[in-house]
Design a protein around this ligand. Sequence first.
Ligand code: IPE
Ligand code: IPE
Ligand code: MG
Length: 251
Amino acid sequence: MAFGKQDLQPLASAPVGAQPPQHVAVIMDGNGRWAAARGLPRVAGHRAGTQAVRRTIEAAIEAGVGWLTLYAFSSENWRRPAEEVMELTGLLRHFIRQELAELSREGVRVRVLGDRARFEPDTRAELDRAERTTLGNTRLNLNIALSYGARDEIAAAARAAAQAALDGTLDPAALTVERFERFLSTAGMPDPDLMIRTSGEHRLSNFLLWQSAYAELIFLDVLWPDFGPAEFNGALVEFARRERRFGARPA
Ligand code: IPE
Ligand code: IPE
Ligand code: MG
């Protein structure tokens, strides 16, 4: 079901009394359309999108959400024109350089999910630095999914498990769901309980397919550069209204 902006109660701050989701995942979509609507080049949308990232991190901290995973670049986004890919990676480097000190001060721990080997060495170095610098922080765990694809992630986990079996360190009969999850890039992290996608598209686009088995999905019409605390907190209110069953009998 789609939830337009109008369906969500915009709030200046997090809902009072409600248990916030432990882990929120966001598919940040609609930068190109935001720019096109203003007659601007797509890169202007991506630039405006980085401001929305800033606002979202702040809203997550305010709301007491412990984990935030942002889908910034998919394994399929490499199919975009080289110029746009360059602009996106340039913005990413710029964002980290600009924001890292502040993120660290705010107690944010940064982790990167995805195949960072596909990025240029200087971008990889920035990503490594962000992870290293924020290693000891515990207030908000921020995962940035970059060159990330869930199918790649699951295939890599299957390869690692097969190798462990060949090496004699894993008995295939003992490969349970829990054991398999230790091979995923999200090993040790809670599953997202809330997944938000902006821009009116109703699909997951290869994002956290394994981890989102029981995530509550919220699709918003708002374009990513227009996303802010009101939309984030509105999604938390909607989440609080949902009855989660995990396959069990309704209460
Ligand atoms: C999201 O905005 C950013 C990335 C996927 C990198 P898009 O660039 O997909 O914007 P639309 O969907 O074309 O509007
Ligand atoms: C999904 O958006 C990926 C990110 C937001 C980073 P896309 O714009 O790439 O997804 P599709 O192509 O519309 O499915
Ligand atoms: Mg898109």
